[in-house]
Design a protein around this ligand. Structure first.
Ligand code: NAD
Length: 503
């Protein structure tokens, strides 16, 4: 069993620096990968940049065909890819397969909708510019650096790529140092499917390689990872005014109102909190439950949570991928218990090596780290609230605001609208990241900017506005030849257009 997964750095005989990846489940060595240097990263950006011209030239239709070919290639190799994700992260193969499917949905949507969202469209000119045709369209930024995490090593690069590629950009991907083979596999599949366009380059390494990518001449960084690393990424990008998308951590909450379907809510809470061993950015980590149904809900959650375990070959959840996270999970549970909380399922005794058993905590004070900080483990705190107002107030007290879930038969939408988070799923859990036409992203410490949906496509472009005069006006406004008569007419127009108050 490995106790640390901080990849070991090695200087090999030929002078190439490498790092070694180990299995989170068994500790066995999985492979060694280059620690790409600043120069090598800059070289990858240069290759990607050279490829952009032809990538832009093939237009939306050409890129749609290319992305469809990539999708088909991934589908062909999906069993191999799922196995790779399973080996690198420790998650069950079935979860790895699901991750691939969900990523492909986004790829398909972006390829099909990019032209409609980013292509040229006419807009109405104003009264003063009525002699012009006006259009807006969205042009690619160039080369985007994608820095991705290990918890969804295929889904995150796929959804980022969908938004970035469809708009006509090239990518340099820096996969997580815990799951580099998954990122390399995706890039090799792209190379096989789209050999004429080397627009997906991969660099491997630790944080230093990621920092080199921020400084390597890219036009934007799409970062997905922890809030703490996000700040470092922003600092590196600030040196050259490189814009960033920050898809960071969360502390998502689930609200259960008095009229909720309790069986559905309990099932959603357990799956949302425990799937992938809680290592999901939009995992449910806190539940706020109306006092009228609190006891019933806790009983149902407790029963369900005891049916899931970690550590056996056919367990529904795997190990904690990053061993130092086990320390954080342990500290949060200890802190919660020391402050008067109770573990109804799991707890400290449920932690063995890299495996953490599902843990359901109640009576945990709101200032505990188990309630305020991202846990990234299979834990859930459940708190009793007077009503939905108190639930909303407690949900919104967090510095994070990524996703959220509400269960209520009559008031779900009303409660959802008052929650400060990038998304809310009502009467279902983690539904919003599965809808390709919806943007994904957060507020506050969860980051800013969006991938997916129309907003995701626009995120990696710049808006280009163009006017074209259709016929000249006898009266010139934007000219030093403007006469006093024109000034008077403009003044009259100002009074007519803006001077009347509507009652
Ligand atoms: P992490 O922040 O440790 O690493 C993310 C990536 O950043 C890795 O590729 C890493 O090598 C790179 N990196 C590290 N230091 C860097 C630096 N100084 N400059 C540039 N790059 C650097 O995150 P992780 O542990 O891989 O992933 C877990 C985190 O990701 C959790 O907080 C989770 O909530 C978050 N996450 C968010 C979303 C989302 O959509 N908001 C999705 C998945 C994961």
């Amino acid at each position: 069993m490995s106790t640390t997964r901080t990849p070991a750095e090695t200087d090999t005989a030929d002078g190439v620096s490498t790092f070694t990846v180990t299995s989170p489940a068994t500790g066995e060595e999985l492979g060694s990968y280059p620690l790409h240097s600043t120069d090598e990263v800059a070289g990858a950006v240069a290759v990607a940049r050279r490829a952009t011209q032809a990538w832009v030239a093939i237009g939306f239709a050409g890129r749609r065909a290319a992305l469809d070919a990539w999708r088909a290639e991934i589908v062909r190799g999906r069993a191999e890819l799922a196995e790779l994700i399973h080996v690198e992260t420790g998650k069950p193969v079935s979860d790895a397969r699901l991750e691939i499917t969900l990523g492909l949905e986004h790829l398909k949507w972006a390829a099909r909708n990019a032209q409609k969202i980013l292509g040229r469209r006419s807009v109405a000119p104003s009264v003063l510019t009525f002699n012009n045709a006006a259009t807006v369209e969205y042009f690619p930024l160039g080369v985007v650096g994608v820095i991705s995490p290990w918890n969804y090593p295929a889904y995150v690069p796929l959804i980022s790529s969908a938004s970035i590629f469809a708009g006509g950009n090239a990518i340099v991907l820096k996969p997580s140092e815990l799951a580099p083979a998954t990122g390399i596999w995706l890039a090799e599949a792209f190379r096989r499917a789209v050999p004429a366009h080397p627009v997906l380059q991969v660099v491997t390494g630790l944080g230093a390689t990621g920092a080199a990518l921020c400084r390597g001449g890219v036009d934007k960084i799409a970062f997905t990872g922890s809030t703490a690393t996000g700040k470092l990424v922003m600092a590196s990008c600030a040196e050259n005014l490189v814009p960033v998308v920050m898809e960071c951590g969360g502390k998502d909450a689930l609200v259960v109102d008095a009229d909720a379907d309790l069986d559905a809510a309990a099932d959603a809470a357990v799956w949302g909190a425990i799937a992938n061993a809680g290592q999901t950015c939009v995992a449910v980590e806190r539940a706020y439950v109306h006092e009228a149904v609190y006891d019933q809900f806790v009983t149902k959650v407790t029963e369900l949570a005891t049916t899931v375990d970690a550590g056996r070959p056919d367990s529904k959840i795997g190990p904690i991928t990053l061993p130092k996270q086990v320390v954080i999970i342990r500290e949060q549970i200890e802190d919660a218990l020391a402050r008067g909380g109770r573990a109804l399922v799991g707890g400290i005794d449920g932690i063995t090596g890299n495996y953490v058993q599902p843990t359901i905590l109640v009576d945990v004070p709101e200032e505990s780290s188990a309630v305020t900080e991202e846990t990234f483990g299979p834990t859930l705190t459940i708190a009793k609230v007077r009503d939905a107002d108190e639930a909303v107030q407690r949900v919104n007290a967090s510095r994070y605001g990524l996703g959220s879930t509400v269960f209520s038969r009559r008031n779900g939408r009303g409660i959802a609208d008052r929650i400060r988070s990038g998304a809310t799923s009502v009467n279902g859990v983690l539904v919003h990241p599965l809808v390709p036409s919806l943007p994904l992203g957060g507020v506050g410490a969860s980051g800013f900017g969006r991938v997916n949906g129309p907003d995701g496509l626009r995120e990696f472009t710049y808006a280009k506005s163009t006017t074209e005069q259709r016929f000249p006006l006898p009266l010139r406004i934007a000219s030093f030849s403007r006469s006093a008569r024109v000034d008077k007419l403009v003044d009259l127009a100002t009074a007519l257009l803006h001077g009347r108050r509507r009652k």
